[in-house]
Design a protein around this ligand. Structure first.
Ligand code: ATP
Ligand code: MG
Ligand code: MG
Ligand code: MG
Length: 562
């Protein structure tokens, strides 16, 4: 019998002082988690119970789409990360350690290198494809600012899955499977969520989506439109690639910035660059600034570019020279994709507010859609790979975009052959040729989900767990432990319910008010209270979501109430 008097759930009345948001406060006060070090937590019984329930939902949805569970080591040898180039590139988030022989290892922040190494010699034929493997395990990231409890931790639990394919179509199918599985998980968790586009346009053509639990204090910003368009502002946080010319050697090469988030990052990069930029990839970032790729007659040198970046009239993407030449009033809008390698437009541009025609009979003040840049006019301008900002036109329908806050709980990504090529993971295709695997990867933050749900679902009294993951579904509370008839009946009801529900028996010798407070704090969906009405064979049933209690016969099923 699960007795509260023996249950290790140390609840607190006080709010811990390093706590910034409600979910963190409630998980500590409710006795779900305890901090061991910054971003490192112990899960107490209540926390562990919820975690296991989340884990099970995730596992079931993975199994439904045919993904197979494995368990990889957390400690990974440096060599595989050196091979992929990420030993240096991943940055300070990576936890590194040495063994007694001075060999380098990492506590895995993610497992692309590891899984690729594992399958590479044993997954050999196209006949074995597609295949997907997943694990649920600890991950380590030395976050610059661990905070919000389990939401941004340094040790956390992730479900990570990886898939292997011999065609893009096959990858597309599996990507769709994971997309749907993730939606199922969120539905079963009972939270309000949004799926947002997360493809990093400037990083490459790869597709990605994030799954965001809506919450006022979420760290992610989501731009959305009633027509169904969603995107995250992280799309703008990416490397910029410039094609540059070394004036002495007359050599043309490509350089990439470090991750840029603000216009200052770009300006700093440009300031430190000694080369002449002959192609500049310009795009709109977080602050609403615009960059465009300009070449040909509109070569920009660094000085000019810097000037342009400061020019607020560039908001809509057209540099002054272009405006003068073509009389573009408000510039270019619309979804435009940019391929990293050749910096070519892969999408369509729409143009509005053109004063003078350019080519092909474009007219004054006409809104053109599906105008193809290279076909319909002859200047390469790459503007605004995303227009996702509050108030700006939705790339799908043109209505002003709205803004919301969310917590990223999952992300799916088409990796292509990036890791298989670097780590020499090849299979033999139908035509007898050796080819690198086409890969996908799919992450889910299991421990972050715990915090995200509380962040969305709580009230002034505590957590509001949906039944699917509540630590207990029902708590039985006799109003007094001094009345043997109540105690006896409480145990009887416990036994009646225990096979069907996850039940807790609050047998502590405390006031009903005290017990109610704890039950509300830890968010148990239903209280069954034994009091005065016992003599008529009735108990009081109170749902966590509702103000009023209901009297029901003990023999009645509780199903319809939960
Ligand atoms: P974020 O943008 O919040 O830093 P991420 O994009 O770096 O997350 P991914 O690499 O996509 O994270 O990892 C997959 C999932 O792992 C995320 O969607 C998130 O749910 C979870 N996750 C990532 N970092 C953390 C962390 N520091 N603490 C808890 N969960 C995390
Ligand atoms: Mg991160
Ligand atoms: Mg992210
Ligand atoms: Mg992510």
């Amino acid at each position: 019998m699960m007795r509260m008097s023996k249950y290790y759930a140390p609840t607190l009345k006080e709010v811990p002082n390093d706590v910034e948001i409600k979910s963190h406060e409630l998980l500590i006060r409710g006795g779900f988690i305890r901090k061991t070090a910054s971003g490192v937590y112990t899960y107490l019984p209540l926390g562990t119970k919820v975690l296991k329930k989340i884990e099970n939902i995730v596992r079931e949805e993975m199994e439904k789409i045919g993904s197979q569970e494995i368990l990889m080591p957390i400690i990974q040898p440096a060599e595989i990360w050196q091979q992929s180039g990420r030993w240096d590139d991943y940055g300070p988030e990576m936890m590194k350690l040495k063994d007694r022989h001075n060999r380098d290892f990492t506590l895995g922040p993610t497992h692309e290198e590891m899984i690729t190494t594992i399958v590479k010699n044993e997954l050999r034929s196209y006949k074995q494809l597609p295949i997907s493997l997943f694990q649920i395990a600890n991950k380590y990231r030395d976050e610059i600012r661990p905070r919000f409890g389990v939401l941004r931790a340094r040790e956390f639990i992730m479900k990570d899955a990886y898939s292997f394919h011999n065609s893009e179509e096959s990858l597309d199918e599996t990507y769709e499977d994971f997309y749907r599985a993730y939606e199922n998980i969120l539905k079963r968790l009972g939270v309000d969520y949004r799926v947002v586009e997360a493809d990093t346009g400037a990083i490459g053509g790869n597709k990605s989506h994030e799954f965001q639990v809506l919450a006022e204090y979420g760290e992610s910003t989501i731009y959305y439109c009633d027509c169904g368009y969603y995107a995250t502002d992280e799309k703008a946080e990416s490397k910029l690639t410039f094609e540059v010319e070394n004036e002495e050697e007359k050599e043309i090469k490509k350089v990439s910035t470090p991750d840029v988030k603000t216009i200052d990052d770009v300006a700093n990069f440009l300031n430190s660059s000694k080369e002449k930029i002959i192609k500049s990839l310009l795009f709109k970032g977080r602050d609403g600034w615009v960059l465009a790729l300009i070449r040909g007659d509109y070569d920009l040198n660094i000085a000019k570019l810097r000037g342009l970046l400061k020019d607020q009239t560039l908001e809509m993407g057209a540099p002054e020279e272009i405006k003068a030449e073509f009389g573009v009033e408000t510039g270019f809008i619309g979804p435009v994709g940019i391929k990293k390698d050749n910096l070519k437009i892969v999408g369509d541009l729409s143009i509005k507010g053109i004063k003078n025609g350019i080519t092909g009979g474009m007219e004054k003040d006409t809104h053109y859609v599906n105008v193809n840049l290279n076909r319909d006019f002859n200047v390469d301008i790459f503007a605004d790979i995303r227009m996702v900002k509050k108030g700006e036109p939705c790339p799908k329908c043109g209505k002003p975009l709205k803004e919301a806050k969310g917590i990223e709980v999952g992300q799916v990504f088409k990796l292509g052959t990036k890791y298989s090529e670097k780590l020499n993971a090849y299979y033999t295709d139908e035509d007898g040729r050796s080819k690198p695997f086409i890969m996908g990867c799919y992450g889910w933050g299991v421990s972050r989900t715990l915090g995200a749900i509380v962040e969305q679902l709580h009230d002034d009294y505590g957590m509001l767990w949906p039944r699917s993951i509540a630590p207990f579904e029902i708590v039985i509370i006799p109003v007094s432990m001094k009345k043997p008839e109540l105690v006896e009946k409480a145990e009887e009801i416990y036994n009646l319910l225990k096979d069907k529900y996850d039940v807790l028996y609050d047998d502590r010798d405390a006031s009903p008010g005290f017990k109610f407070k704890d039950a509300d704090l830890i968010g148990i969906p239903m209280k069954v209270v034994l009091g005065k009405k016992m003599k008529d064979g009735k108990v009081e049933v109170k749902l966590r979501y509702e103000k009023n209690a209901e009297e029901v016969e003990i023999t009645e099923s509780f199903d319809k109430l939960l």
